[in-house]
Design a protein around this ligand. Structure first.
Ligand code: URA
Length: 204
């Protein structure tokens, strides 16, 4: 990514995202959920898409998955305030079920259309490491569907000259019923984040 970005600030990017009609998801979501964090950050975390709470509040990772993420960042020694947090897809995709809105996974078309915004975020924030949280983020950040169990925790080069570390999505941990499995996955998630913390310390 060497050409200068026509969008010069996160504020301008947010304004542009608010007008987004690049795929149909804007039609039913409450609002766009833009990335959040410092204008220049060593670490960028990319989730899948806003959930119900994020859609209502207009901020990424403020619901239950965000709770796990916040705890894991503390346990990995990473300050959330120093991290840029965003999603591969910026509008909530759901299926109405009575009064509830059930999360629906974004499809390849929606991920690819929304990649446009992630690219701008990466050009502006220039992170040393991008953490892809789960399959949707891996597809968006790397540009292809890669098997998470094969690449998890490894530092991989990405097309803009940066580096990606892939790990699970924190909502996966929430869905595990068995307490021992949950703990194991949580510890592994923290270990993946610690790999990033170590690289950042070296880069500083
Ligand atoms: N899950 C995500 O992938 N992103 C959010 O912002 C919240 C939940």
């Amino acid at each position: 990514m060497t050409e200068p970005s026509p969008i010069k600030s996160l504020k301008a990017l947010r304004a542009a995202e608010e007008e987004c009609t690049r795929c149909p998801l804007y039609k039913h979501a409450t609002q766009v959920v833009s990335g959040e964090g410092p204008a220049r950050a060593g670490l960028m975390l990319v989730g899948e898409q806003p959930g119900d709470q994020e859609d209502k509040q207009g901020r990424p990772f403020v619901g239950p998955a965000g709770g796990i993420l916040a705890k894991a960042l503390v346990d990995a020694g990473i300050e959330r305030k120093a991290v840029f947090v965003t999603n591969a897809v910026k509008h909530f995709k759901f299926e109405p079920r009575g009064k509830r809105r059930l999360h629906k996974r974004p499809n390849a078309y929606e991920i690819d259309r929304c990649h446009w915004w992630l690219d701008f975020e990466r050009k502006l924030v220039r992170p040393d490491i991008v953490v892809a949280l789960g399959a949707t983020a891996i597809r968006s950040v790397s540009g292809r569907p890669l098997p998470i169990n094969k690449i998890r925790g490894r530092v991989l080069p990405i097309s803009d000259g940066g580096q990606m570390v892939a790990t699970i999505h924190p909502s996966y941990i929430l869905r595990i019923d068995d307490e021992a499995d949950k703990q194991t996955q949580y510890r592994q998630f923290v270990a993946d984040l610690k790999i990033c913390a170590k690289i950042l310390t070296k880069a500083a």
